[in-house]
Design a protein around this ligand. Structure first.
Ligand code: 5AD
Ligand code: SF4
Length: 460
């Protein structure tokens, strides 16, 4: 048996791709190993969303060079940077043996065979066109013992947000047929998974035979699935039908990640986001009416080219008004071949120190709001899906509330249980309490029976 170490950068899409790489390599007798030093094959699954992610990958490559010198390990670069910068990687990093794009994961065994047979460097970054793309089917064995798992429902993005590199690295949108998604959800329940998160770059424009709202509702009906989540959405595709799904299906968890990016219409226009602040707020109002108490989180970019103090103040005012449960804020970084990078000189670069100041202000604001929102749970009882021992204190348990807040608690329920936790303490990032009741234990597994998807779930 040979050993493979995969270093994953970036988003959940990449984490899922890494799992599929591990499964593809198992057919070549490769087993996963937790350290690069013990590996015969090292793969970097890269992210290019911001410059920082790319820098991190380059410095990791430098470290792995030693392993190559000492053990003769093969080194491969996959993911978004590989797709966009294949030539640069090959030219600049002579010890990289192969480069492959996100569409070529299933070719990994073939790539390795070619390297072994011909001792050549291999590049596989061709797009597979939308009609013939087949999503890798997950092996449920990889998820054994996990209460919660992610399912890829689509890839790529047809939007043209001017800051974003994703359409260049992941290509056109392709949706996975809904029957395959439901089968995967069902297969995951056979190894103990009770919560699934449907993932894609832009899930609201899912077109896999049913609407995205229908896909959520059908996933919620798969026997053994107790909770359903999804990420990521674009506000301009947030349909009334999806909002209605939140009203009628309690298994869809009360959390919505709805990236706003900016609170200024002028900036949103240059970002090519296709909505105004007013339209965004109108969607949110409807969503909150359909599911009172829903937690809304967002992404914000500060220092986008041409962002003035007034533009930024509008973003602060929006964040105050919406009172997000969580905020992922980033300093704008120009990405190759994107619209904003090409027009930055015309729109005006925001000074780095100004960007950092704006980011600090948003983060401080979010901390205050998160503390206030979480404090409201103290003395209340919330339902938690247990994921395992607490990461901060192994004698305690940890899970997530419906709103997706981390809850650490004193208790004994096994992973996969749904428990009631009385909250005694809150911080900006988590809640803490004690288990007062077990609401349901994970079911006994009968793999053969549970692998079947009932007809009601797959009929369009
Ligand atoms: N610079 C900074 N942040 C970016 N994001 C995407 N592209 C850039 C960029 N060029 C952020 C957006 C997106 C999140 C995943 O990353 O906020 O929603
Ligand atoms: Fe990037 Fe915009 Fe597509 Fe999101 S919707 S992946 S930000 S282009």
């Amino acid at each position: 048996m040979k050993r493979v170490f995969i270093h994953t950068f970036g988003c959940q899409m990449n984490v899922n791709d890494t799992m599929r790489m591990t499964e593809a390599l198992a057919s070549m007798q490769y087993a996963a190993t937790p350290t690069a030093e013990s590996a015969d094959l090292i793969i970097l699954n890269t992210c290019s969303i911001r410059e920082k992610a790319e820098d991190k990958m380059l410095s990791a490559l430098g470290r792995y060079r030693q392993v190559k010198l000492q053990r003769g390990a093969l080194i491969g670069v996959g993911g978004c940077v590989a797709q966009q910068e294949k030539q640069k990687i090959l030219d600049k990093v002579p010890y990289v043996d192969f480069v492959f794009g996100p569409d070529n994961i299933q070719k990994l065994p073939e790539i390795l065979q070619r390297i072994e047979a011909d001792r050549v460097r291999v590049v596989e970054t061709a797009w597979v066109d939308s009609e013939s793309y087949v999503f890798p089917q997950a092996d449920p064995g990889t998820s054994r013992g996990k209460a919660t798992e992610f399912i890829t429902v689509m890839k790529g993005c047809d939007n043209v947000c001017s800051f974003c590199v994703v359409p260049h690295t992941r290509g056109r949108e392709v949706s996975r047929p809904f029957g395959d998604v439901l089968k995967e959800a069902s297969a995951l329940t056979t190894v103990g998974v009770r919560e699934v998160t449907l993932v894609g770059q832009n899930v609201n424009s899912y077109r896999g035979g049913v609407s995205f709202a229908q896909l959520l509702l059908r996933t919620a009906q798969v026997p053994g699935v107790e909770r359903v989540r999804f990420t990521t959405s674009h506000p301009h595709d947030l349909s009334d039908e999806l909002i209605e799904a939140f009203r009628v299906e309690p298994k869809i968890m009360p959390h919505f990640h709805l990236p706003v990016q900016s609170g200024s219409d002028a900036v949103l226009k240059r970002m090519r986001r296709d909505y105004t602040v007013e339209q965004y707020l109108e969607r949110l109002k409807k969503l909150r009416a359909a599911r009172p108490g829903i937690a809304v989180t967002t992404d914000i970019i500060v220092g986008f080219p041409g962002e003035t103090d007034e533009d930024f103040e509008r973003t602060v005012a929006l964040a105050e008004q919406v009172r997000y449960a969580g905020q992922f804020s980033f300093v704008y970084s120009p990405r190759p071949r994107t619209g904003a990078a090409m027009r930055e000189a015309e729109w005006g670069t925001v000074e780095h120190a100004v960007k950092v100041k704006r980011l600090d202000r948003l983060n401080a604001l979010q901390k205050r709001i998160s503390v206030e929102l979480n404090a409201a749970f103290v003395g209340k009882t919330v339902q938690v899906m247990v994921e395992g021992p607490s990461k901060t204190d192994a004698s305690r348990r940890f899970g997530r509330s419906g709103q997706n807040t981390v809850v650490n608690f004193d208790g004994d329920a096994p992973a996969g249980s749904l428990v009631a936790v009385e909250i005694g303490h809150a911080s900006a990032s988590s809640l803490s309490g004690r288990q007062v009741r077990v609401e349901s234990l994970p079911p006994v597994m009968i793999p053969e029976a549970a692998a079947l998807v009932p007809e009601s779930c797959v009929v369009a």
